[in-house]
Design a protein around this ligand. Structure first.
Ligand SMILES: [Zn+2]
Length: 80
């Protein structure tokens, strides 16, 4: 778990990290792939201008999917 504003792009292999908002609730959960590179975010909040492109669940939860190159230095694709 982290209380930082952002969650690191690089983690451990298949790690899952939660981000806690100021009220102590999990607002973001990040999943890492086998190389420890971020792969998927699940958000339970609205957080920015590109949110209008998401399809939201009924509790505004939504998923961001990221595809990086093998060493995580370059974002190849983001699926909102
Ligand atoms: Zn989001």
């Amino acid at each position: 778990m982290t209380k930082d504003h952002t969650i690191s792009k690089i983690g451990k292999s298949f790690e899952v990290l939660d981000h806690i908002d100021k009220n102590g609730k999990v607002d973001k959960r990040r999943f890492y792939d086998k190389n420890g590179i971020m792969r998927l975010d699940i958000h339970t909040i609205c957080h920015g201008d590109n949110d209008k492109y998401h399809s939201f669940g009924k509790n505004i939860e939504h998923v961001h999917e990221f595809i990086f190159n093998d060493d995580g230095t370059k974002l190849l694709k983001k699926i909102s």
